[in-house]
Structures are given as C-alpha cells and as structure tokens.
Design a protein. Sequence first.
Length: 263
Amino acid sequence: MSRIQLSAISTRFRHIWFRNLITYRRIWRVNFLVPLLEPGFYILAFGLGFSGLIGAVDYAGMQLAYTRFMAPALVATACMWNAFFETTYTSFVRMYYQKTFDGILATPMSMEEIIVAEIVWAASKAAAAVAVMLAVLIPIGYANFPGALVCIPIAFLGGLAFAAIGMFFTGVIPTIDMFNLPIFLFITPMFLFSGTFFPVSGVPDWAGIFTLIFPLYHLVELMRYFCIGAMESDPLLNLAYLVGFTVLFGFLALLTMKRRIIK
C-alpha cells in the first residue's frame, strides 16, 4: 500500500539517523573541507573583485561592504546545497544502488520512518556545515557574535525544507542523471535570485514577488538578520514560510517515496 500512515512514524527513526552518522564518520574530514574553505574563497574572490567596483550596498537602511552583505547569504546557500544534495544524489544511491532502504524495511522500521530519518539527517548535516562556516566568519567580523549562533538552529529548519523537497524529487526522478533538471530549473535560479548577491529591494516589483516563492530567500533574510542585525522582511513570516514549505514537501516526499518503493 502506498497510503501514508503518520501513525507509523515514531522516534525509532533516530536509529537510521545514527546509522547514517556512523557511515558519515568515515569521510567527515573531507566533507567538512568545503564549508570550512568555501566562505574564505568567496570572500577573497568577491572582496578583491566586486567590492572595489560596487562599494557599499544599501540594505535595510544600512550601508554595508559588499562582502559583509554577501557573507550571510553564503551561510544560507551552504545549508541549501548540503541538504538538497544529501536527499537527492546520496539518498538515491542508498535507495537504488546500495539497496539500503530495502534492508531497513526488513526490520520493524516503516517506510515513513526511513524518509523522516533521511530528511532529519540531511538537515543535521546542513546545520553542522553552517556551524563550521560561522567558525570562519565570526572571527573575521562577517557575522556578529553571539547572535550569529542562532543561525545554527535556523539552518536546521532550512535544512528540513530543502531536504524535504530534495526527497520529493528523489521520489519522482526516474534515474540519477535526471537530477540535473531540478538543479538547473529550481536550485540554480533560486541560488541566483534569492537576494544572495544583490538586495531584492532593488529589483522590479514583479521580480520581487517571484523571489518570495523561493525558500532560499526567506533563509537568506533570516541569516542576515542574525549575522548583521538587519533584514528587509518580517522574520516571523520568513519562519512561517519555511515551516509551511517543510510540512508541504515533507508530506509530498512521503507520498512519492512510498509510491516508488512500495508497489
């Protein structure tokens, strides 16, 4: 049966989470090089290049150096990439090639618990990556301490949102090669037009409304609020959007994954 049974979800999913953690411990040193070095590379590149051309950025009534404006967005995008890739490529490999899900289903675990565990695990990785990035950004003055520490639980929420939609795509994409489509049609436009590299207030009204659809915009705004103490939107609305997005695509992920695996 492919009908979702929410009653089948229990705290047992933590065992699958720990299974993923044990596996990840073998390669964590290599994986954490990316969030450790990425902010330095971006800040160095944009600081040497664009900052001299752009100068100060007008954002939420403040005059910000371009690298200071951009740094919190890098934190948000790291959260997006980590969570989305974990529940697309990595989950697909566990499901299709390694048959890990089939093995887990031979235990008392339910399909719903597997999907919840995958989403929570991806969000945990995203939050850990953000913590590593903040360890780099806070000492060099691109994130305020201690307020920026709130970005870690915010990253977990954002990670849930991007992990949920990533798992939804895993439930409908037929082959691993086809993940290029959601990355090209969804992730890349969101990466470029969510206020990551320029304030949304400076774009036409129709483009600004379109940007509000992207969950990354809301995550970027929250990261800027806690990193630099300024934002152009309402933090409660941003939080509400991310929660609603997570619930919606979490349900769709459960539906599509269960239909795919249990036939």
